[in-house]
Write a protein that binds this ligand. Structure first.
Ligand SMILES: *[C@@H]1O[C@H](CO)[C@@H](O)[C@H](O)[C@H]1NC(C)=O
Ligand SMILES: *[C@@H]1O[C@H](CO)[C@@H](O)[C@H](O)[C@H]1NC(C)=O
Length: 447
């Protein structure tokens, strides 16, 4: 009993991040948020002419199989089995009541033929494509208005072959915003588990205007220098649970968003109730990010037991003037970081604008951000916390934080401005704006 209590304590403390916590009985998980359904009706992609030779284009097979699931509507839904092999295909849409099951050794690989890639309308909360004006390319795997969808299996791979898109981005020859690897819009009761996501053209997993989404036991990989390959971006979505995953990409590992400037303010759809736990990863940008598109508001976020290696920024809250939106009740706890340029950054002047029609009086509000139990080694700069002059960030609470690194002579470890809050047990000691006396008042947090 004592031993298990002790290991539970160790498990949830940042000092021993490598402890195997799976063996403990009381580990909190995403289970129960979305029911894991067993499907009696099973079909295989090969029943629809699918060929896993890596050369045959299987777009018709995927679309026909999913059309069959959508229209035959078997009780309890249908499982689409992808056997071992490499299935080259164009983009396809998912439907409700289906499981996409990738066997061990199954690869669903995006075609490199980008010429005929379908276009869809921009998201209303963004007003335009995220990187270029106008519409955007359809996600490789796309779903709109679905529910009860599971993507799982034996760690098969969904390969976006993003290289061809990254080259167009580098050569500035893209005509529209690149496709996500997988996007769910207006959907609910979604599980993504035991899948490997490889080389996404753009963001990897993008639930937008969704609720009840579970992402667990996934591996997300893209090269360190691949542009904008965010891992998981819950966007204007609620009740999202991400856990037990490894993410190594070229951009933020997990970034919670909710729309962009005047479009996001008008659409007004927040992200709330997001849990991120036991995520490990590496990237030149941020580990746990909020923003910078937060115009619909972001609240009730819990990130815990996060391990970050070779990162640009460990924890990054980012917003901007013209963005509006309230970011509140954020709890980030038990983070281990190693070899990181900047440990913690909270900033009110990050990210570009969709156009020049943004309202400069639409100031973001940031209040109630607790960051605690952080252990960092080889940290170049502990952090900066800079609010806005006309909208100071309040209730910024740092507790039990140790960021070890090489002090650069002449530069203060922390940069702060236009903030208030409290700090206790923080090394190196943060700026004078954070006092140790308000720890119970402004720094209590409620879920
Ligand atoms: C997939 O969904 C998109 C967006 O809803 C739609 O434009 C497209 O026509 C759909 N494709 C197919 C093959 O149904
Ligand atoms: C799949 O990967 C997950 C996460 O890395 C791991 O926990 C699980 O054991 C793997 N499952 C199989 C069938 O290989």
């Amino acid at each position: 009993m004592l031993r298990s209590l002790l290991s539970l304590f160790l498990c949830f403390s940042a000092i021993t991040p490598f402890l195997n916590c799976e063996s403990l009985a009381n580990v909190i998980t995403c289970s129960g948020i979305v029911p894991m359904r067993h499907r009696n009706d099973k079909i295989s992609i090969t029943d629809f002419g699918g060929v896993g030779d890596g050369r045959t284009l299987n777009t018709k097979a995927f679309r026909a199989a999913i059309y069959r699931i959508q229209h035959l509507r078997r009780r309890g839904g249908t499982l689409l089995y992808i056997p071992p092999g490499v299935y080259l295909t164009g983009s396809f849409n998912l439907t409700s009541h289906m499981t996409l099951y990738l066997a061990k050794g199954a690869v669903i690989r995006a075609t490199r033929d980008t010429w005929n890639w379908p276009l869809i309308a921009p998201l209303p909360s963004y007003g335009r494509g995220r990187e270029l004006p106008g519409g955007r390319y359809l996600s490789f795997i796309h779903a709109d208005g679905v529910h009860d969808v599971i993507i799982t299996g034996e760690n098969g791979t969904i390969d976006g072959q993003g290289g061809v898109w990254w080259t167009m981005w580098r050569q500035r020859s893209l005509r529209f915003t690149r496709p996500n690897l997988i996007e769910f819009m207006h959907s609910r009761n979604i599980i993504i588990s035991n899948v490997i996501f490889l080389n996404s053209p753009f963001w990897n997993i993008h639930p937008v205007y969704c609720r009840n989404v579970v992402v667990r036991y996934v591996t997300i990989l893209a090269p360190f220098d691949s542009p904008n390959t965010d891992g998981i971006d819950p966007d204007s979505s609620s009740n999202v649970c991400i856990e037990d995953s490894f993410i190594a990409t070229g951009d933020d590992l997990v970034a919670v968003k909710s729309g962009w400037d005047e479009y996001g303010i008008a659409y007004g759809s927040q992200s709330s109730g997001i849990t991120i736990r036991r995520v490990t990863g590496s990237s030149p940008f941020a580990g746990i990010a909020i923003g910078s598109e937060t115009s619909g508001g972001v609240e009730n976020i819990l990130a815990e037991n996060i391990n970050l290696f070779n990162m640009g920024i460990g924890i990054h809250l980012k917003t901007n003037i013209g963005r509006g939106g309230v970011i509140r009740n954020i709890m980030i706890s038990d983070v281990y970081m190693e070899n990181v340029r900047k440990g913690i950054r909270i900033a009110g002047d990050v990210g570009d604008h969709p156009d020049d029609k943004f309202n400069p009086n639409a100031l973001p509000v940031v209040k109630g951000v607790t960051i605690r139990n952080v252990w960092g080694v080889k940290i170049q700069q502990p952090g900066s916390i800079q609010g806005l002059k006309n909208s100071p960030f309040t209730g910024i609470c740092l507790y039990n934080i140790n960021l070890h690194g090489v002090a650069v002579p002449g530069t203060p470890p922390w940069k702060c401005s236009d903030i208030s809050g409290a700090a206790l047990g923080v090394k190196p000691w943060p700026c004078s704006q954070l006092t140790s006396t308000h720890l119970t008042g402004s720094c209590s947090i409620h879920f």
